[in-house]
Design a protein around this ligand. Structure first.
Ligand SMILES: Cc1cc2nc3c(=O)[nH]c(=O)nc-3n(C[C@H](O)[C@H](O)[C@H](O)COP(=O)(O)OP(=O)(O)OC[C@H]3O[C@@H](n4cnc5c(N)ncnc54)[C@H](O)[C@@H]3O)c2cc1C
Length: 371
């Protein structure tokens, strides 16, 4: 017997859980989320949790606009998730520090200039001012840019909260349930198959992150997304050694409220090889000690790797597929899926219900890849 529902979402990362939550919040009664593994078990659980459009974006344009809108959406989302899921996502709006190179940093200067011209908040800090904000940081710095509007969040709690909020509104999330095929009715998608079950629905959304190319192959489509591995080192300390996330010297340090310190990350194109390498451990422990010399005697807790979904042009792919009615895709969020996932969920829900999206997704249409 097939299970019948209104919407099937494939993938329970931040993107899939957010779409489910927003659809349920808008009154869609029957939503099923299927994940091969666990809720937040892949990139969404592996991330560092920065909400950092000003640290990340290369310049003005639709991607920056989307990132800024997504950052702002957190102000509404965090209290909403407390209400619906009773989870504190540790949304901390304290700003992010971006350390400058000793020998002059043209890229940072350029970033400072274009952001000032756009009217975005960015400050140049002297080494003494940085030291006042973060006394534990090395004194061997040339200063920093401070982005007071960039924030951070606990990404594991965020994904858990979105899933819990969706469940509280009646969404069924089934873990350990890989989608292995699709059902069709003429030129419409009509459902999916898993090894255990057949699910039928009028609308299916693919939120399979780095595995989007593989699920595309099941549909006979080339979805141009590849995995971009990132490694993270984690130390659990008695107290957070920093208040702000700090970028510098090729990586970043992100404090958690419980004393955890996330140190990352690199971008490696090595397929789905989920290993933490000796080179990765060396790179990130050296970075942590260079920036926070006082950490040398602290215990190492663990390390992990995750796969960012990297599309061919580095931008998200969000929207309906052209010649298969009822099928949507939301993937390719690459380094910014924690930032963009919540707003993506809201916009996709609006789109699926025939509402005009509250921010433009035109630049991210699957149509640009002929999908
Ligand atoms: C090391 C690292 C650091 C990062 N730091 C940040 C950061 O600081 N800020 C930020 O904004 N972003 C960051 N990111 C990026 C962010 O984590 C991702 O962009 C985001 O999590 C992608 O979310 P997703 O839901 O698309 O994918 P995922 O979280 O990977 O979820 C996809 C889900 O689909 C499931 N799936 C796949 N195939 C199938 C199938 N056939 N059937 C059923 N289920 C399937 C998988 O099991 C998985 O759970 C980081 C990523 C990494 C790896």
């Amino acid at each position: 017997m097939a299970e019948t529902t209104d919407v099937i979402i494939v993938g329970a990362g931040v993107v899939g859980c957010s779409i489910a939550f927003h659809l349920a919040q808008k009154g869609v009664k029957r939503v099923v989320v299927l994940d091969r593994g666990e809720i937040g078990g892949e990139a969404s659980g592996a991330a560092a949790g920065m909400l950092a459009p000003q640290c990340e974006a290369a310049g003005p344009g639709p991607f920056l606009d989307f990132c800024l809108a997504a950052r702002q959406y957190y102000e509404r989302l965090a209290p909403m998730l407390k209400d619906f899921a009773h989870v504190d996502i540790e949304y901390l709006s304290w700003g992010i520090l971006y350390l400058l190179d000793e020998e002059g940093d043209e890229a940072a200067e350029g970033r400072y200039r274009w952001q000032k011209e756009l009217g975005l908040a960015v400050e140049r800090l002297t080494p003494e001012e940085v030291g006042k904000l973060e006394p534990g940081l090395t004194k061997e710095i040339a200063g920093a840019l401070f982005f007071p509007g960039d924030h951070h969040v606990n990404n594991t709690e965020l994904t858990r909260a979105l899933a819990q909020a969706a469940r509280a509104l009646g969404v069924d999330i089934v873990e350990g349930s890989p989608v292995t095929g699709f059902l069709y009715e003429g030129d419409r998608v009509a459902g999916v198959r898993t090894p255990q079950e057949i699910y039928t629905a009028g609308q299916v959304v693919l939120c399979t992150g780095a595995w989007s190319g593989q699920i595309g192959a099941l549909l006979g489509r080339r979805i141009p997304v590849e995995p971009a591995r990132g490694q993270i080192l984690y130390a659990e300390l008695a107290e957070p050694p920093l208040r702000h996330p700090v970028w510098g010297r090729g990586g970043y340090l992100v404090p958690r409220l419980n004393g955890g310190l996330v140190v990352g990350s690199n971008v490696e194109y090595v397929g789905f090889e989920k290993t933490v390498t000796l080179g990765g451990i060396n790179l990130f422990s050296s970075l942590a000690l260079a920036l926070l010399p006082g950490l040398a005697g602290q215990p190492f807790t663990r390390a992990w790797a995750g796969f960012r979904p990297h599309s061919k042009d580095g931008l998200p792919i969000i929207g309906p597929l052209q010649d298969l009615a009822g099928l949507y895709i939301a993937t390719g969020h690459f380094r910014n899926g924690i930032l963009l996932g919540p707003l993506t969920g809201r916009l996709v829900a609006e789109m699926m219900l025939g509402e005009s999206p509250s921010s433009s997704l035109d630049a991210f249409s699957p149509g640009r890849f002929g999908l």
